[in-house]
Design a protein around this ligand. Structure first.
Ligand SMILES: *Cc1c(COP(=O)(O)O)cnc(C)c1O
Length: 226
């Protein structure tokens, strides 16, 4: 192995070990089990070598937010054996590109998108509804007040399996600012009887875990800057 690849392998392995330890501590602090929290490595705009290093270091779930990029990476052995999450805004005309690879779709935000997934999928697919939890203008996601209505609209689906909620609060200087948003998403999910909560990124995943996250989406803290 050449030096650069060796350095990369060490760097990513070290990053992953640190993230693992922080997840375990956050889980312990909040009286939760580590196995109840899924680590998704967000590999968007990262070169394949970094994903392969993460796979070699034991990472088994990856997240991408561009349909074409997902296809290019997920088709590549050994990454084809990973669990792939589509975490971005999904356009209806891209659904067919995502379905062969993704086992989770995190950005469900309207009935029209759900209808396309329902029609195109050949087997059940786990979905999370994206909630615009901070009520930001021009941001994707369902308004908190409209979530119940959309959940009901999805109940007849056989392929679209709504498993939980997802959010991406605004970037802030101190992560603590976003704690109420995580708390509110968790409350909403509980009210609706939904088990999965996809929330928390590199800067705030520990707080998200404390508030009940079952999936954290971590990019730069594992793979480095994009
Ligand atoms: C990029 C991205 C992440 C990861 O962000 P980091 O700050 O690099 O950890 C998580 N979720 C979504 C939806 C993203 O687009």
């Amino acid at each position: 192995m050449c030096d650069a690849l060796y350095d990369l392998a060490v760097e990513i392995k070290t990053n992953l070990a640190q993230i693992e330890a922080r997840i375990a501590r956050a889980a312990e602090r909040s009286g939760r089990a580590r196995r109840d929290i899924r680590l998704i490595g967000v590999s968007k705009r990262q070169p394949l070598a970094r994903l392969e290093a993460a796979w070699a270091a034991g990472l088994r779930a990856f997240g991408e937010n561009y349909a074409q990029e997902l296809g290019a990476k997920a088709g590549h052995p050994p990454l084809a054996r990973a669990e792939w999450h589509f975490i971005g805004h999904l356009q209806r005309n891209k659904v067919k590109l995502v379905l062969p690879y993704a086992t989770w779709i995190h950005g469900l935000d309207c009935v029209a998108l759900a209808e396309v997934i329902e029609r195109r999928a050949t087997k059940p697919i786990s979905c999370l509804m994206e909630v615009n939890i901070a009520g930001e203008p021009n941001k994707h996601g369902v308004a908190p007040d409209d979530v119940t209505q959309l959940v009901e609209a999805l109940q007849g689906c056989s392929h679209v399996q709504l498993k939980g909620l997802m959010c991406m609060p605004p970037p802030v200087d101190t992560p603590e600012t976003n704690r109420p948003h995580f708390h509110r998403l968790a409350t909403l999910a509980k009210t609706l009887g939904l088990a999965e909560l996809s929330m928390g990124m590199s800067d705030d995943f520990e707080m998200a875990i404390e508030e009940g996250a079952t999936m954290v989406r971590i990019g730069t803290a594992i793979f480095g800057d994009r």
